[in-house]
Design a protein around this ligand. Sequence first.
Ligand SMILES: [Zn+2]
Length: 241
Amino acid sequence: MRTHTKETQATLTPSDALKYLHEGNYRFVNNLKSNRNLLQQVNETRDGQFPFATILSCIDSRTSAELVFDQGLGDIFSIRIAGNIINEDILGSMEFACKIAGSKLIVVLGHSKCGAIKGACDNVQLGNLSTLLNKIQPSVYFEREIVEDRTSSNGEFVNNVAHIQVKRSVEAIIERSMILREMIAEKKIGVIGAFYDVETGTVEFMEDTFMFGEIKHVYLAVDGELTTGKETEETTAATAG
Ligand SMILES: [Zn+2]
C-alpha cells in the first residue's frame, strides 16, 4: 500500500476517498490487512503529509479510524472526541485538514453502544463531562420513536440517538463552518455520516447524509421524523441571517 503524495491527493475526488474507506473497512472486517511498512511510511511522510480524508470519531477504544479503515501513516486526519460532537476547535481542525492540507472527504463516524450517548440518555452529571454531554442532549430530545424506557438500558433507544447525533454533527459542519460549506458547494470536498458496529467491525455509510455540490439540511419534522431537505435560496437566506 503506497503512501499518499501531493500528486495522488490532488487527483482524488471525494468519491475516490469514500471508495478507499469502503475498501479499507472491507479489508478490516475480512482480516485482509494491507501490506504496509509503517516504519517506511515514517520516512516517506517526513517532509509532509497528504491525507485524503478527515474522520471525526468517538474516543471509544474500539473505534480507532486508522484501524477500522485499515489506513497507514499520512492517510487520514483523525479527530476524536466523546460522542463525535462538533465544537469550534473541531471545526477549525476540519478547516485546516481540508482547506490547508487538501483532504477531500469529511466523515462523521458514530458507533453502536457508545458510552457518551448512553451518558446523555441518562443525563449523567460529572464535572466537565456534563458540558460535553449537554452537546449531545438535543439528539436525545429529537429521538421521538421510543416512548417507554428512554434510558441507556434500552439498546434501540441508544442506537437511535447515536444515529441522530451523527446527522446533527454533519448538519453542524455545514451550518457553522462557512469555509467547509463553500468547499462542499464548490465540489472541492464531500461530507458523509457513517456508523460503526462494535459487534461486527462493519462501517455503514449513511448515504442520505452525503453532500457533494448540493447542500442539504437535516430537519426535524412536526411528527419527530428526521428528514433531509435540499437547500433553497430561501433557506440559505434564513440560515445566513
Ligand atoms: Zn462513543
